[in-house]
Design a protein around this ligand. Structure first.
Ligand code: FES
Length: 171
């Protein structure tokens, strides 16, 4: 009995979240005309609101601008600015470019992965951290480079990682 009640409660919660997301997207769409050329701007607004592009939101957007869902999904996956999964409150990016690699970038990535307990491309279960890798930040003179919440840290060493994460991230 308790289990079926819990299942019912969780269904209600999922339903509530879905309805809230629909309302949130409808709010965004109300300031657009529904033209195909608005697609990227709408997706940027949706991501600004939810932190990523929920599948259901992309379906609503596709309907609104009269394009197939595959078109919206194609754009969402083409542009790296768009996220298809929820991201953590803190985004850590480690450079995997050549200059960083030759100066110990892979050791830095290993260390960050161990500190956070996740691999590149993953988010911690508590949604506190997402870990990404980038091909080159364009700051090769500072190699190896790590970016924490859009702030660039150069000449990073593995022992310094723990301190950087502690001092530059939020709970
Ligand atoms: S290779 Fe890392 S910043 Fe260029």
């Amino acid at each position: 009995m308790a289990v079926s009640q819990a299942v019912q409660d969780s269904q209600v919660t999922v339903q509530d979240q879905r309805e809230n997301a629909e309302i949130g997207v409808a709010d965004i769409l109300s300031s657009y005309k529904g033209e195909k050329g608005e697609l990227i701007a709408i997706l940027q607004d949706v991501q600004g609101k939810f932190g990523y592009l929920p599948e259901q939101a992309m379906q609503q957007v596709a309907k609104f601008v009269h394009v197939p869902e595959s078109t919206v999904f194609g754009i969402a996956t083409f542009y790296t600015q768009f996220k298809l999964c929820p991201v953590g409150r803190n985004i850590i990016k480690v450079c995997r470019g050549t200059a960083c690699y030759v100066r110990g970038g892979s050791r830095i990535l290993d260390k960050v992965e161990r500190e956070l307990g996740i691999k590149a491309g993953e988010t911690t279960p508590d949604m506190q951290y997402s870990l990404e890798t980038i091909a080159c930040f364009g700051s090769c003179a500072l190699a190896p480079v790590v970016v924490i919440n859009d702030k660039v840290y150069g000449k990073v060493t593995a022992p310094r990682i723990e301190k950087l994460l502690k001092e530059n991230t939020t709970d």
